[in-house]
Write a protein that binds this ligand. Structure first.
Ligand code: HMG
Ligand code: MG
Length: 299
């Protein structure tokens, strides 16, 4: 059966804006995060404490967190690649962090300037300290299905890195289809193999990109396997600057349309989210790629 309730991890301000050519003023980003919370989101991934040269779009992480009015009961996770990033995040009182690993060597190198082993060695002290400080520590695992340089990624390779991240003490694992090549049968096969390897479904999230129009079908396959945390980006913003051919994330509005039709609760108001994405599209100077935003915002 399907879950009665799904938690959406809204990644628009981070995964969305990190890939926009336009550099938005910090007050626009703060308004974006606050509008997402007002629409009912309980988890809004806000920014990244990475090297500003690597992701200039998020170089204002400190200023953004200082400016935000945090709502009770809402989580504002941030990406943290290393101890330097953790120091910066802790200095601002962050309670939710995410490290981000790769199932493939090429993407680990391009995204983190490290091999897979070296990047896990970089994360280990971050996860350990994070857990000691009682933070939630999500682990992203990118390129779970395909990689633009290495092609199809074997399930065993994904499961191997996943097990190492969970053994490190991460509290959640988000399976990234960074370039959007997955199809539902492969999602089911990966989830079944992870479960058989001892990773609890309750600890898993899915992170789909809609490059080939498969993100909603893949999401449904994951829901049917019991996954209850789904990453999505308001208006379908996003991609990844270090992965060519990665287009936008699954649009949160498209996800909400599907979940509402299935009677699955999220706490997020579709109308308010559409208004937010239309507002953001004006700021970015291009229309939202979300089908649902287009359908509902049309005059
Ligand atoms: P590096 O060049 O190897 O860094 O980059 P380093 O450790 O050699 O340090 C070099 C300098 O950077 C030092 O300064 C450090 O202090 C500084 P110096 O001593 O030379 O003056 N430095 C930092 N400064 C600020 N904040 C920091 C930091 N760390 C070092 N945190 C590094 C290694 C990891 C830093 C770099 O590769 C990086 O920042 N990468 C981030 C890439 C990124 O954010 N990618 C996008 C997110 S992943 C994604 O989008 C996929 C996902 O959505 C899921 C999916 O779809 O699959 C999550
Ligand atoms: Mg992504």
């Amino acid at each position: 059966g399907l879950p009665a309730r799904v938690t959406i991890c809204e990644v628009g301000p981070r995964d969305g804006l990190q890939n926009e050519a336009a550099l938005l003023p910090v007050e626009v980003k703060a308004e974006f995060v606050e509008r997402l919370v007002d629409a009912g989101h309980s988890v809004v991934e806000t920014t990244s404490f990475v090297h500003p040269k690597w992701v200039p779009q998020l170089a204002d992480a400190e200023q953004l967190l200082q400016r935000l009015t945090l709502a009770d009961g809402v989580r504002y996770p941030v990406l943290v690649p290393n101890e330097r990033g953790l120091d910066r995040a802790l200095a601002l009182g962050v309670r939710d962090i995410a490290v981000f690993a790769s199932a493939t060597e090429t993407f680990a190198r391009r995204n983190l300037n490290r091999t897979v082993d070296e990047s896990l060695a970089m994360f280990a002290p971050v996860v350990e300290r994070g857990r000691r400080e009682d933070l939630r520590v999500r682990a992203y695992l990118s390129m779970c299905f395909g990689d633009p340089w290495e092609g199809e990624v074997p399930v065993a390779q994904v499961v191997g890195v996943a097990q190492r991240l969970m053994a490190m003490g991460c509290t959640e694992l988000s399976l990234g289809d960074t370039i959007g090549v997955a199809t539902p049968g492969r999602v089911t096969a990966l989830l079944d193999t992870l479960t058989a390897a001892g990773i609890a479904t309750a600890d898993l999230a899915v992170h789909f990109h809609d490059t080939y129009g498969q993100a909603l079908a893949n999401t449904l396959a994951a829901l049917q396997r019991g996954v209850t945390t789904v990453d999505a980006s308001a208006g379908g913003l996003g991609g990844c600057p270090y992965a060519k051919s990665a287009t936008g994330n699954l649009a949160t509005e498209d996800l909400l349309w599907q979940l509402a039709g299935l009677g699955i609760e999220t706490g997020v108001d579709l109308g308010r989210l559409v208004e937010t994405s239309v507002w953001m599209a004006e700021r970015l100077g291009r229309p939202s790629p979300s089908r649902t935003v287009t359908a509902l915002a049309g005059t």
